[in-house]
Design a protein around this ligand. Sequence first.
Ligand code: PLP
Length: 443
Amino acid sequence: MTHLLHRSINTQLPVAVGGKGAYVMDQSGKAYLDASGGAAVSCLGHGHPDVLSALHAQLDKLAYAHTGFFTTDVAEELADRLIADAPAGLDHVYLVSGGSEAVEAALKMARQYFVEVGKPQRRHVIARRQSYHGNTLGALAAGGNEWRRSQFSPLLIETHHIAPCFAYREQREDETLEDYGQRAAEELETKILELGPDDVMAFVAEPVVGATAGAVPPAPGYFKKIREICDRYGVLLILDEVMCGMGRTGTLHACEQDGISPDLLTIAKGLGGGYQPIGATLMSTGIFEAFKTGSGFFQHGHTYMGHPMAAAAGLAVQNIIRRDDLLQNVFAMGELLAERLTERFGQNPHVGDIRGRGLFRGIELVQNRETKTPFDPALKLHARIKREAMSQGLMVYPMGGTIDGRVGDHVLIAPPFIISPEEVEIICDRLGAAVETSLASLT
Ligand code: PLP
């Protein structure tokens, strides 16, 4: 009998006791190849000696200092590091403890910005269906995953959702991918006009959609058009790169590949690689200046923001990624993974789509490839795949389809940036076996 409340109360979990490189070990001595980095977190794998020594050194120096009393060298250095590599126009960093907190901070920054500049009527948030921005109430309101939201809906601030950019399901046969991207982006303009352009505060989106859809990249030109629309109506663009950012897609920030910069950028998971809980919100010069020349204060805060141990983890992880040129490996191994997934699943009648960027890949499972009909959610195909993969010694991140039936069961693959070609082969072999056994169990 456990007193720890687990996510899934009736599931018996193995006990993790160790980790080395791309592997996690359980109590029985079984090793699991961590092909999802947990939830796209462990970008350097487990037990990286240089991160451990940075953490030991920080612990010896100072474990905690409240940000109302002190700043610390390590937090300042991390902020400098993040801004040195930030998308153009972002020049200040707010350090928090995870992704949801980063999104909450971004929403509050957007709101306070408009209060500071004398436009308090700007209050509407627009986001997309099939998105996930976190589980705290503000972030959950922004997210468009009905399964996660539905029972809490009376507690959520009103958010307006438009269609995601999801070519596999939404592109019409008579349009090019580029034309589809423009059409999908135009939905934002329609929604802004419907709500009243002077009343809209921000548009929130994940550049590459993670947990709710399985590594869905945008159509070329989509985000350029989104940026133009936001600029035209003075709406702030918040990009949520909590999952897809910090190198996961092969560039430090996913939005680099779309050629745009947001006004606010959220990052987390890969920032500290799981060595400590950390997230951050990056803000533009314009927003910072409005705060500085206005109230001189951001009306927000958490006890553990800017935590020195978390900052030490973030700094060490980011320095190692740069020192060891790991984005190169993300790109090369990402290409290999895409190739192998296509070989393994390209002909499978139940694999509808194989997608993603860098080491952020997804496959979507469908009952019928022609009609793209998802499996009945009651079959819980994703849960069967997870169980099978774990029994094979493989961690992947499968998720169910959304309740509106607009996306099928999918599997997210997000291995550490240090993954080798041999480990890519193992991932595809074990995943192939897990998917086949799970599909066979449906009949
Ligand atoms: N935003 C995105 C895009 C995410 O994928 C997640 C988590 O999966 C979050 C926000 C929430 O992050 P956290 O679980 O660290 O609060």
